[in-house]
Design a protein. Structure first.
Ligand SMILES: Cc1cc2nc3c(=O)[nH]c(=O)nc-3n(C[C@H](O)[C@H](O)[C@H](O)COP(=O)(O)OP(=O)(O)OC[C@H]3O[C@@H](n4cnc5c(N)ncnc54)[C@H](O)[C@@H]3O)c2cc1C
Length: 419
């Protein structure tokens, strides 16, 4: 089901983007995501998994490059067009869409660095790729460092002695990498490239980090088993190990002087995206609940005809609309300025994901016992939604980081639109 968009100014082209993406999400992504959810984590990425066909169709549609600029062969979508596309795709499958747009984001970061060598070597081939053979992931979290890695304004972040588990040193014209990233790195089991955060200068503590691009077929790279997890099982997660992996010097595109800012920028974009993930699954929950309430008869009439159910469904509808409005506003803001405003990204992420967990809970209640069987998609949506409040920064951590930003910047004066 797709509902009226409250923005009356959508152009014909924007409506087309929305309806084409909705059809694709319904016919391709949703059925595959339900199959992947029921498979083991290993089978879900095996050669004969339906994941590959779905991903290839995404690339053939050009969705992987839609958000990249036309100057490098991308689709040149505006922020609003991007938001419309993301909502529909995430409605169909959080996992496959996250795999896809994580790749977009990894290669977009390289583009933003402005180094022509990186653009020609990585970004242009990604845009030209039509068979899903180039896929990205972002490795920051480590077995011993979760929230630590994200709280750049905390005093321990620059305390000598606290250091990351993946480390790099310069040897002539090459960086040599050693260490391990946590099993939480999304899409890493199937990724061909990793945007990797690592430790360079121990005297600066965690703030002495760097960010580089690592092709994952290099000697010395290995991967752990894909993780079995509660929800978002259509997204694979797993460890990456580095043993004397050598990369050319220019692959390290952020060094310690820019490191803390680069994390804030990543979280600003990443958490704007997270709010759209929440929107996709929130709307999926509403759509299913609304349809179910039309069909299920109790007390001699459809559930939807009972006054208490009208109230519950309308409340859910209001929440979805509020999530969309907030998410779209923050997405548009942070896609139009540089660097993004993290306090808005964290506000949108925490608000939208928590509202979505509530919506998913109510959706199960509305389905009654049917809500907890695999005969209906709602139990999957419930599990998928639950992960949102931890992904890309546990919500308390993000509120804390946002509070620090407010202390330092409030009241913020106007920001300059650059895109
Ligand atoms: C579905 C999913 C996808 C993910 N994808 C990726 C990915 O692509 N790449 C990647 O690198 N990581 C990824 N992650 C990891 C994610 O970013 C981390 O799980 C998250 O940042 C929290 O870290 P943690 O799990 O280590 O929890 P911890 O940091 O151990 O936190 C546990 C609890 O302790 C609290 N806490 C932590 N520090 C403090 C403190 N100093 N003071 C008080 N309380 C504190 C937290 O608020 C939280 O409630 C993903 C996670 C999930 C669930």
């Amino acid at each position: 089901m797709s509902y009226f968009d409250i923005n009356l100014d959508l152009s014909w082209e924007e409506k087309e983007i929305k309806s084409t993406a909705h059809r694709f999400a319904k016919e391709v992504l949703r059925p595959v995501s339900i199959k992947l959810d029921k498979m083991s984590a290993e089978d879900a990425i095996a050669q004969d998994s339906p994941l590959w066909g779905a991903l290839q169709q995404c690339y053939a549609m050009g969705y992987h490059k839609a958000l990249l600029p036309e100057s490098v062969g991308g689709g040149g979508f505006s922020p609003l067009q991007a938001h419309l596309l993301l909502e529909e795709m995430l409605w169909g499958s959080m996992g496959i869409s996250t795999t896809l747009f994580l790749s977009t984001w990894v290669f977009n970061t390289l583009l933003a660095m402005g180094d022509d060598r990186l653009i020609q070597e990585f970004v242009v081939p990604f845009c030209e790729c039509e068979d899903a053979s180039i896929r990205g992931c972002w490795g920051i979290i480590e077995p011993d460092h979760g929230s630590d890695m994200l709280l750049t304004d905390e005093e321990y972040f620059s305390k000598p002695g606290v250091r990351g588990q993946v480390r790099a040193y310069l040897d002539g014209d090459e960086w040599v990498l050693n260490g391990q990233k946590a099993a939480w790195v999304s899409a890493s089991p199937i990724a061909t490239h990793c945007k990797l955060n690592l430790q360079i200068d121990d005297s600066l503590g965690l703030s002495g980090g760097g960010v580089c691009i690592v092709p994952l077929d290099l000697p010395g790279v290995s991967k752990g088993k894909p993780l079995e997890k509660l929800g978002q099982r259509d997204l694979s997660n797993g460890e990456i190990f580095f043993e004397d992996v050598r990369i050319p010097k220019h692959y390290m595109f952020v060094e310690p002087d820019q490191y803390a800012q680069s994390i804030k920028t990543n979280l600003g974009f990443g958490n704007s995206f997270m709010s759209v993930m929440a929107l996709g699954i929130a709307r999926a929950c509403f759509d299913e609940s609304f349809e179910y309430a039309q069909q299920r008869i109790q007390g001699g009439k459809a559930l939807a005809e009972h006054s208490s159910m009208k109230i519950r469904l309308h409340k859910m509808f209001s929440q979805v609309e509020a999530i969309r409005a907030f998410s779209r506003a923050v997405w548009n803001l942070n896609s139009s300025i540089y660097p993004p405003l993290s306090e808005y990204a964290y506000a949108a992420k925490t608000y939208c994901t928590e509202a979505t967990v509530d919506i998913a809970y109510e959706a199960v209640q509305i389905h009654g016992a049917n809500g907890i069987t695999k005969e209906y998609p709602i139990e999957k949506f419930y599990r998928d939604a639950r992960l949102l409040t931890i992904e890309d920064g546990e919500n308390t951590t993000l509120n804390r980081a946002g509070g620090t930003i407010l202390n330092n910047t409030y009241p913020r004066t106007e920001v300059q639109k650059i895109i």
